[in-house]
Design a protein around this ligand. Structure first.
Ligand code: G3H
Ligand code: 13P
Ligand code: ZN
Length: 307
């Protein structure tokens, strides 16, 4: 099965009020867990690769892992660059065969962001590749993506940005953030802002980054078996369902994968201190990714049986 463009996926999602999960991949077990979940739920999938993932796994290995996945599955799959910061990295992955890229100019001024996004759009569209852009800024720290403070997306600027750049989808900042510590008090998102953006850009697919729910099950398991992620808090799952009713077609999930794997591996180490065969703990970690992604698809995103 060749790679798919997000276009058809997002059309169905927008009309149907559901979202496609965009899951970050860093190694073989993560790719396999996600694909197995998609198979079990017959759901379209977006697999996304960050600059950090390319550095960790190696550019060639990531592509070969994807090729193996595509040979084994009949699911529609998008291979997407997550948080591309420069024109060069977008160009490079397009040459590698990615079907979608994100150019993240959110750290730049409005005009600079427009200029960079436009440059990527011009190049990508010639090759039939989808372009996600970002306006506004999410707080949170990851490997290669970090910001101290969030800047929410201005709805009128979003319209101007989309018109002037020609981007295909837009990541908006409405209160989510990257990582496991998203809220200090009650979780809150600016849904009025999202509804306004959606009403000004009817039919246009929006994207929600920083959308992990930081599942209590895995936070507790990690902490019980020696971890220290006590105050972790994510986006409540019903918020994500609500976002999908307001034009959000792509929901990004990375932290939940990290937590699921880590919690299960911590538990395994504690319960089997004598074991040292990586397959013994990476197997359950892969299974945890599968079960968690399956739960998301079925109970949160609503993309089961949408292929
Ligand atoms: O939004 C960022 C993703 O979670 C990727 O994180 O840069 O640590 O791979 P990373
Ligand atoms: P989380 O940290 O909430 O999983 O967000 C991931 C993300 O936005 C990747 O681009
Ligand atoms: Zn992100």
């Amino acid at each position: 099965m060749p790679l798919t463009s997000p276009r058809e996926m997002f059309e169905g999602a927008y009309q149907g009020g559901y979202a496609i999960g965009a899951f970050n991949v860093n190694n073989m077990e993560i790719v396999q867990g996600i694909i197995q979940a998609g198979e079990a739920e017959q759901s379209p999938l977006i697999l996304q690769v960050s600059a950090g993932a390319r550095k960790y796994a190696g550019k060639k290995y990531i592509i070969k892992l994807m090729e193996a996945a595509l040979e084994e599955t009949t699911l529609p799959i998008v291979l997407h660059l997550d948080h591309g910061q420069t024109f060069e990295i977008c160009k490079e992955v397009i040459e590698d065969g990615f079907s979608s890229v994100m150019i993240d100019g959110s750290h730049l001024s409005f005009e600079e962001n427009i200029a960079l996004t436009r440059q990527v759009v011009d190049y990508a569209h010639e090759k039939g590749v989808w372009v996600e852009a970002e306006l506004g800024r999410l707080a949170g720290v990851e490997d290669e993506v970090s910001s101290e403070e969030s800047v929410y997306t201005d709805p009128d600027e979003a319209v101007e940005f989309v018109e002037r750049t020609g981007c295909d989808s837009l990541a908006v900042a409405i209160g989510t953030s990257h990582g496991a510590y998203k809220f200090k008090g009650e979780p809150k998102l600016d849904f009025d802002r999202l509804v306004k953006i959606n009403s000004l850009l009817p039919g246009f697919p929006l994207v929600l980054h920083g959308a992990s729910s930081v599942l209590t099950e895995f936070v507790q398991m990690a902490n019980q078996y020696g971890g220290k992620v006590a105050d972790a808090k994510g986006v409540p799952e019903d918020f994500l369902h609500k976002a999908a009713q307001s034009g959000v077609c792509k929901i990004n999930i990375d932290t939940d994968i990290r937590l699921a794997m880590t919690a299960v591996i911590r538990k395994y180490f504690k319960e089997h201190p004598e074991e040292f065969d990586p397959r013994k703990y990476l197997g359950p970690a892969r299974q945890a990714v599968k079960d968690m992604v399956r739960h998301k698809i079925k109970n949160v995103l609503g993309s089961s049986n949408k292929i």
